[in-house]
Design a protein around this ligand. Structure first.
Ligand code: NDP
Length: 494
């Protein structure tokens, strides 16, 4: 048997074993077989990485760099990712099973995020305030926070890391990243590019391993000033609890149960394709998956027919093949989760109209059919809980008031799709749905210029856009007394 590739952790610009020398295995979802081993981090490793990142923030060439110099490093990193995108995409597909076409597309676009934040790096500035006090000159500046802890999930490893890494570095912070234990390889493969770009040792560090102990130790650490977390609600609850120990700032990008609403005046062909793309793209393993379709009664049958017809032609198989349209799920537990939810749906009276099982023609790997339920009860669990897989629920509606109430009837508030050719309706429904991102006549579009984020169980804070810089800086107000007069009596208020 050939020996598996072995990945160490990256701390202070060096490749290091974990403190106890342990490794864990990473599996290829397309075959279900192991493909590499990754250092299994411990609390001691977290301690080492955070101390190093703290040192790098306190006194290193990083701190003395100008914002323009930092921007240039980010720009160079973007170029290096562009040069290496194919290799990085291969590692992501090996780890999470998503289509190589999708991962290559994502990796080709990721440099744009580094260029965007490279450009923003020297535009982080404060203000002078028109203060209402005589002889006072008051200005503000935005300062970096210190050591940032970034915690990421497995579905888009480098994209979701980039949303944290690029603004954190542009603002002058240092960072310790814990990737999902399911997908560590692509982040570790990025580290040589970080070095080549010229980031000093200790500015970017990676501790691989599990939520417990690595994630817990990192998010509880007294030197962590900000935690940027993307993941599920249960892990987020632990992170919130941990952050309270030392009042670390927090941004949470969590899950969703996003509505995709089709009105009777929509372009029915586009809307049907948009619904399929919204839920079966990435095998539904996307925080913004449009997992609840709401169809106006007058076009209900036609849209359902179109969706089922195209879904039945989806090519499921090897994610490395350029013709495959849906790959496997990332883990075996994800597969079991789908089977569990299908049983729940059937048990609660939903009508399974397509899929619902593992595809018969694929004997190995963690594949699951695209699955469609129809139902009218919006309270059942498959319509309320984030399944994070290729399971669509379809519900009919009669009017705007009803669909707004249905769309907002979950704990989540991340994304929403609206399909209509009525401009006034598009504006009104965009305003009425509870979501941080609304797509009208499109779905899943992203850009470094537009932020993402949600509310309620979908989390808080924003990633992307100019707002993100504010998440990685804090305001300082400086008061200067410009009067040459001696200080007045201390008990006279000025
Ligand atoms: P998890 O919540 O299971 O894990 C996310 C990360 O948190 C992993 O790195 C995990 O480590 C870590 N973690 C787990 N427990 C703790 C803890 N106690 N303290 C600190 N860190 C911890 O999510 P998944 O990886 O399963 O990803 C799927 C979820 O991510 C979905 O809910 C999805 O909606 C959400 N998501 C949200 C996005 C958004 O932008 N809003 C984008 C993509 C996904 P470990 O390695 O042990 O798993």
């Amino acid at each position: 048997m050939t020996e598996l590739a072995k990945y160490k952790m990256y701390i202070n610009g060096e490749w290091v074993e974990s403190s106890d020398g342990g490794y864990f295995t990473s599996y290829n979802p397309a075959t279900g077989e192991p493909w590499c081993q990754v250092a299994k981090g411990t609390s001691e490793d977290v301690e080492r990485a955070v101390q190093v990142a703290h040192q790098a923030f306190e006194n290193s060439e990083w701190t003395s760099m100008t914002y323009s110099q930092r921007g240039k490093l980010l720009h160079r990193l973007g170029d290096l990712i562009a040069e290496n995108y194919e290799k990085l995409a291969d590692y992501e597909t090996l780890d999470n099973g998503k289509l190589i076409r999708e991962m290559r597309g994502q990796l080709q676009y990721i440099p744009e995020f580094y260029y965007y934040y490279a450009g923003l790096a020297n535009k982080i500035h404060g203000d002078t305030l028109p203060i209402d006090k005589k002889d006072m000159f008051v200005f503000t500046s935005r300062e970096p926070l210190g050591v940032v802890a970034a915690i990421t999930p497995w579905n888009s490893p480098l994209y979701l890391t980039t949303l944290k890494l690029a603004p954190a570095l542009a603002a002058g912070n240092t960072i310790v990243i814990k990737p999902s234990e399911v997908t560590s390889a692509s982040l570790l493969e990025l580290m040589p590019l970080i070095e080549q770009a010229g980031f000093p040792p200790g500015v970017v560090n990676v501790v691989t391993g599990f939520g417990d102990p690595v994630g817990n130790a990192l998010t509880s650490h007294p030197l962590i000033r900000k935690i940027a977390f993307t993941g599920g609600t249960e892990s987020a609850r632990h992170v919130v609890h941990n952050s309270a120990k030392h009042f670390s700032q927090l941004s949470l990008e969590l899950g969703g149960k996003s509505p995709n609403i089709v009105f009777e005046d929509a372009n029915i062909e586009s809307a049907s394709m948009g619904i399929i793309a919204g839920i079966f793209g990435a095998s539904g393993q996307s925080c913004v998956a449009g997992s609840r379709a709401f169809l106006h009664k007058s076009i209900y049958n036609e849209v359902v027919d179109r969706i089922v017809t195209r879904t039945s032609n989806i090519i499921i198989g090897d994610p490395m093949s350029p013709t495959t349209e849906m790959g496997p799920l990332a883990t075996e537990s994800q597969l079991k989760r789908m089977e569990h939810y299908v049983e729940l749906g059937k048990g609660q009276g939903a009508n399974l109209i397509y899929g619902g099982k593992r595809p018969a023609h694929l004997k190995k790997g963690w594949y699951f059919e695209p699955t469609i339920f129809e139902h009218t009860n919006a309270e059942i669990r498959i319509a309320q809980e984030e399944i994070f897989g290729p399971v669509l629920t379809i519900i009919p509606f009669e009017n705007e008031e009803e669909v707004i109430s249905l769309a907002n009837n979950t704990n989540y508030g991340l994304a929403a799709g609206i399909w209509t050719n009525n401009l006034a309706r598009a504006h009104q429904i965009s305003k009425a749905v509870r979501a941080g991102i609304v797509w009208v006549n499109t779905y899943r579009s992203i850009s470094p210029i537009a932020s993402i984020g949600g509310s309620h169980w979908s989390g808080y804070g924003r990633e992307g856009g100019v707002e993100s810089i504010h998440e990685y800086t804090q305001n300082k107000v400086v008061w200067m007394n410009t009067s040459t007069e001696p200080m007045a009596d201390p008990f006279i208020m000025r």
